[in-house]
Write a protein that binds this ligand. Structure first.
Ligand SMILES: Nc1ncnc2c1ncn2[C@@H]1O[C@H](COP(=O)(O)OP(=O)(O)OP(=O)(O)O)[C@@H](O)[C@H]1O
Ligand SMILES: [Mg+2]
Length: 236
């Protein structure tokens, strides 16, 4: 297992022209901590996740992952340099590949041999209870199953950090309740540092050690759920 790493936002800002979307956010996420970002539509949750992922560059401030400053207004490490996995709302599976090929894809990109990648993909699929689905095409799976494939694909490369953007919002309520527990268990077992975007308070409370409440691009409050003694938080 990869060692979990902390994440630190130091007065992180993101602006488009004169419009500031995220206002100088400061927050420390401890290694292995699960933080939920909760807030209304348009408050900046996905934008913050994209900054963490390296899909956007900050306008000011610094983003640290472990002991490295990965992004500031002057430089920005590419997503693949950050050793993280991402799970989005729309699954984003390749339709022409089988389930196992989808899960093996991040490993193949790193030069892992076909047979080793398949073995590791099968192990990741077993973790999300889809051991028998490897040879199917994603289109033949239900929404909940497809999202579990996306989760297996994010887990397979044993990332230090996992980022989730409303991964369950396309699913019906019963399935959401089951999957949120599956995800909570997997995150705890893997000890991965995770940031989970949602606008569902219940989902956030099930998963997170802390809930960071965002409104209009600012951190307005933080709820401690499990009281991680290593977590330091600052509200700017
Ligand atoms: N490239 C962009 N150019 C201009 N404005 C943008 C850009 N990207 C995001 N925004 C604005 O930033 C704000 C935050 O967007 P973001 O997608 O982060 O919200 P969100 O909290 O994820 O909302 P939702 O819950 O609806 O997904 C919105 O007002 C959005 O219109
Ligand atoms: Mg969003």
């Amino acid at each position: 297992m990869t060692r979990a790493v902390p994440i630190e936002l130091k007065s992180l800002r993101w602006s488009v022209g004169n419009l500031t979307i995220l206002h100088d956010l400061s927050l420390t996420i401890a290694a292995g901590e699960v933080v939920a970002l909760l807030g209304p539509s348009g408050c900046g949750k996905s934008t913050l996740l994209k900054l963490l992922a390296g899909l956007l560059q900050p306008s000011a401030g610094e983003l640290w992952i472990g002991d490295r400053c990965v992004a500031s207004a002057r430089h920005c490490d590419a997503p693949e340099q950050r050793h993280l996995g991402m799970v989005f709302q729309d699954y984003a599976l390749w339709p022409h590949m089988t389930v196992a090929q989808n899960v093996a894809f991040p490993l193949r990109m790193r030069g892992v041999s076909k047979s080793t990648a398949r073995l590791q993909a099968d192990a990741a699929l077993a973790q999300v209870a889809l051991a028998d689905f490897g040879d199917r095409k994603p289109a033949l799976l239900s929404g909940g199953q497809q999202q579990r494939v996306a989760l297996a694909r994010a887990l397979v490369a044993k990332p230090a950090i996992l980022l989730f953007d409303e991964p369950l919002s396309n699913l019906d309520r019963d399935l959401r309740e089951t999957l949120v527990h599956t995800m909570a268990d997997l995150l705890r077992a893997a000890g991965i540092t995770a940031v989970y975007v949602t606008h569902d308070r219940e989902e956030a409370s099930t998963l997170a050690d802390r809930i960071v409440h965002l409104a209009q691009g600012r951190i307005v409050s933080i709820t401690h759920l499990k009281g991680n003694p290593h977590a330091i938080s600052r509200v700017s």
